[in-house]
Design a protein around this ligand. Structure first.
Ligand code: DUC
Ligand code: ZN
Ligand code: ZN
Length: 473
């Protein structure tokens, strides 16, 4: 056996497939073996004096895979999302995430090649953990459809389209169908922002004309019916094209119902939700005066607790109608949020959660909403599989990258600006007490978080060329 061994001893391994006591043996950058604690292999590796990490009393899980983040995103000319590739990936690592997938954005009139190269250059040498890119397509025409094929050949295998934001990112049904046909032909994944932006724009203008410009109107002008309708339409268009479909940031029971119907019919439709839709609500968070309200503006909006959306989403996580939990991390500091202090329409959309996803979903385990394997499946294994990283990320198995998190299930801590590492001057999670905390993190065999302290470096993270998604259910 090689000399370059690290062994994580005494922990409880949690994979999507089960929970068992095992030592994790790492050779170089990959996992070499999982050895039952009492096995001869475990005994011999333990006694051979290799590097040891003690995980007694802790879980050993595959590093988190967050397939939806926006680092240093220029949302408007005045508002750039607050975490850079450096600060955002460091915060992610401290929270137990070892892979992120961000987006290159092809705006109207810009070219796909330039958009991807520009984004790759921005990330290069700056990430603490491995990273990949999707492409947001804002301008669908013959050339950009051709460029999709080129990107698939290069290992960029997923494309986000928007049914919202007319005049900016919006695509009409014909454009969406054409992109879906290319996805069906190449094996790429279409990710959909499913809100009916044409109808939403009417409601926004009507609200503003009546002086209804407070933060709660952001939510009231993006009603759940328009998320449900767009989700239904996206699913039908994907059926016509014969393409798999991934609904991003699903927030409402009406949308989940459409996903569940499609899945019950055996369709390859998947959906992600985000922690904010599981814990925060329109009544308690968005409907507050001034800064407190606008800090909670994101799209889709936080939904009504009294209408039961949160309960429905938790149940969807259990039933597998929801397949993934991502963050949609897109934080803005107060100065940028204040751009819309008098008018919700001018508030940059997005919240900061990249550091807290594993902990927030672990609360689901603590509360009995999720099993331990389901926690890992939602946060690591399925996002890796759906985005072409199966076998490399999101699993503790021989041959997989040694992206490993030692997680202390009993540690308690309080989320908020005093303790978080995101480059953000407030927190929508302020004061929330959680049970469970990342203790040690390895990225491709290198320790990057040691007992809660970041010891990695910007530039350790590598760009991941991805395989085709594995969308079969
Ligand atoms: N959609 C996203 O996925 N992120 C930020 C804003 C938005 O509308
Ligand atoms: Zn979106
Ligand atoms: Zn997003």
């Amino acid at each position: 056996m090689s000399d370059d061994l690290t062994v994580i001893v005494g922990g409880t391994v949690v994979n999507a497939t089960g929970v068992f006591p095992a030592d994790v043996i790492i050779e170089g950058r990959r996992i070499a073996a999982l050895a039952h604690r009492d096995s001869a292999l475990a005994q011999s590796v333990r006694s051979a004096g290799h590097r040891r990490i003690d995980a007694t009393g802790k879980y050993v899980i595959p590093g988190g895979v967050d397939p939806h983040v926006h680092l240093q995103l220029p949302m408007t000319p005045e508002a750039m999302s607050a975490d850079s590739f450096e600060t955002g990936t460091r915060a992610a690592a401290l929270g137990g995430t070892t892979t992120v997938i961000d987006f290159a954005g092809q705006l109207h009139g810009t070219n796909v090649r330039d958009a991807v190269d520009h984004r790759l250059a921005e990330a290069e040498g700056r990430c603490a953990i491995d990273y990949a890119l999707h492409l947001s397509l804002g301008d669908i025409h013959d050339q950009s459809l051709k460029d999709m094929r080129m990107l698939v050949d290069e290992g960029l295998t997923s494309f986000k389209l928007f049914m919202a934001y007319p005049g900016a990112w919006y695509s009409d049904d014909g454009q969406i169908l054409r992109a879906m046909q290319v996805a069906a032909d190449t094996g790429a994944m279409i990710m959909m922002h499913a809100e009916n932006g044409i109808a939403i724009d009417v409601l926004r203008e009507q609200a503003a004309a009546l002086g209804r410009t407070g933060s709660v109107w952001h939510g009231r002008t993006r009603p759940v019916e328009l998320e449900g309708e767009a989700t239904h339409r996206a699913i039908q268009l994907a059926a016509v094209a014969g393409a798999p479909l991934y609904i991003v940031h699903l927030s409402a029971a009406e949308a989940l119902e459409q996903v569940a119907i499609a899945r019950d019919r055996g369709r390859n439709v998947f959906a992600e939700t985000c922690p904010q839709y599981l814990y925060l609500s329109l009544e308690e968070h968005l409907d507050q005066p001034g800064l407190d309200g606008i800090r909670h503006i994101c799209s889709p909006p936080l939904r009504s607790r009294t209408q039961g959306h949160q309960r429905t989403l938790w149940s969807g996580l259990r039933s597998d109608d929801l397949s993934v939990v991502a963050t949609d991390h897109c934080p803005f500091c107060d100065a940028e949020k204040r751009l819309g202090i008098d008018d919700f329409r001018a508030v940059p959309n997005g919240l900061g959660t990249i550091e807290h996803r594993m902990d927030l979903l672990h609360q689901g385990v603590v509360a009995g909403e999720l099993t331990l394997p389901r926690w890992v499946e939602l946060c690591s294994t399925t996002p890796a599989r759906l985005f072409g990283l199966a076998g490399r990320k999101g699993v503790l198995a021989p041959g997989a990258d040694a992206d490993v998190v030692v997680y202390d299930p009993e540690a308690t801590h309080t989320l908020g600006v005093a303790t978080h590492h995101m480059n953000l001057d407030h927190s929508v999670w302020e004061g929330m007490e959680v049970r469970g905390q990342t203790s040690t993190v390895l990225s491709r065999g290198t320790v990057i978080v040691d007992e809660g302290r970041f010891v990695g470096r910007a530039g350790h993270g590598r760009y991941l060329q991805r395989d085709l998604p594995e969308p079969l259910r």
